[in-house]
Design a protein around this ligand. Sequence first.
Ligand SMILES: [Zn+2]
Length: 308
Amino acid sequence: MNYSELETFLEKKIPYAKIDIIGSSVLRRSIYSVTFDMGHSETVIIQGSIHAREHITTDLIVLQIKEVSENYKKYRAMNMPNIVFVPLVNPDGVELVENGLKSVEGGRKKKFLKSINNGSSDFSLFKANANGVDLNNNFDAKWGSGKYNGLVPAPHGYMGSQPMSEPEVRALAILTIKQRPFFTISYHAKGQEVYYEFFNRPENFRRDKNIAKLVARSLGYKLVNLETESSGGYKDWCVQRLNIPAVTIEVGKDSLSHPIKKDALAQIYKRNRNIIKLLPKILEVYENDRERKVYEKGLERGKEGIRK
Ligand SMILES: [Zn+2]
């Protein structure tokens, strides 16, 4: 789903949802959040399309938004945490993937983007934002230390000039600090895998693994017990800096090619439709094993990262 399709969806009334603009992209497109207040003290954040070519995850989140809206009263009665969806973190990147350089105003920007895209006008495999920064390498979590962190603007892998340099990253980080979620889900594509490790504190490791196991089992996806070879991801930041459990869910079979087309959405949604219903159970695991003090310290560290 591209940016204008998302805006069309958000313009219609979505019962029980509160729509906010949490920031704007390099090219001044809005970054939206959709909040369902369940009257709970705990909150979960679910974000997608931080990587441009993985915008099937926006379609998936829109289906989840519809589902939560339709079942709001039922969910509210079942210890469901508040849910904040950020369906499209990287609007400029997604527009480049979907509509190429005609989505960009200004000759200089067009020239820059073409040059970092190896001279090509085909942006269908692009992951970065309009500065050529890979937003999922730009968070303040062992920034720049990953094996695959790049040093120059590129279609993917460039970590940025400094941690949190990108407006899309700051928007998501500030929302997170404000909402103080107990858990976050980052949707990516592809491979049908779940990641949860990134320098988890030893005292949190069992909790985080148990939660990731629940998620993987509900999806029928593979649980990956290792850290990815990049750093500076949103999940990484949540785990390492905020000390909360967080998962990356890679949707879609590995045999699909990027960008995943809408005809795969039904299958992806079928796998992911139980995730919302699982949230009260995840909250239970979290509450049984929580170190609030550790989390508070983590929030302080998270804020320092944004000020830099
Ligand atoms: Zn990704």
